[in-house]
Design a protein around this ligand. Sequence first.
Ligand code: TRP
Length: 329
Amino acid sequence: MPRVLSCIQPTGSVHLGNHLGALINWVAGQHEGDVYHGIVDLHALTVVDTPGLIGDQTVELAAMLFAVGLDPQVATVFVQSHIHEHSELSWIMECTVSYGELSRMTQFKDKSAKREGEFISAGIFTYPALMAADILLYDADEVPVGDDQRQHVEITRDVALRFNHRFGDTFVIPRAVHPKAGARVMDLQDPTSKMSKSAATDAGIVYMLDDNATIEKKFKRAVTDNDGEVRYDRAAKPGVSNLLDILSACSGTPVDTLAASYSQYGPLKKDTAEAVISVVEPVRARYGELMADRGELTRLLRIGNDRARAVAAATLARVHSAVGLLPRV
Ligand code: TRP
């Protein structure tokens, strides 16, 4: 079984796009690989500085990951900052990557340009070194990432190869893989943009913790078009196609079959809302139970953290010995 690592930052609430686009596949994938899922709170620190916020969001995200169906006995779910080896290996990675390489990262260029005149932490710059540490600590064979993160996996490979060349074979060289295609869920108010927490308003975003009435309202108000025809055509009819995609992802029925069975937008919206509610409701219930029982949530996290820590500690020991740091006394 390949060792697979994917990580998620605890920033913002999980929405339907995250769930249908990615998390559902994480749940299915836990039986197809030896999977590690990190909640990367230290990465979130590059952009969040409100006291307490990251911790709250970390516990909420952990509860959500278990609520959607990650089984701590099968998938290793851990919190990045709880495994001190991440920060320690990150420094060694910073000394293995070059200033020039980090300067060429498109994400760094974008993020720092957006923040011009504001505080730009050095963490935004060295972010890929921490990400390389995340990946290499777990001897990951595969890292499923979207296009925006491919460059970070490439730099991880470059750095791992350089390290192995300098200090002898130490790291497994990871590959970026395309995540299994999940549903591409678009904003209900702006169906040409992906559903994303960076949208200007929440009206087109369905959160996993929205109540049923809110979900119904958001679908009722979903943007469609004026021609009144139900047909799947992403370019010409983005709103209607998005509803069909969401309904299909929630019901398992192919879009073409669905499109043929509707002649009006009203019933399509109503049924899509209902299908979404049937997916979201049990997740919300389990999430509520876990958030109300912090002892249990901590117990589940500890299972993953303990497993992650054992692997990470062994890798870091290998690194120290390869570099030839004086053994600890
Ligand atoms: N940079 C990733 C993102 O923003 C998150 C991340 C951090 C990550 N460490 C990782 C993803 C390791 C995969 C593997 O989405």
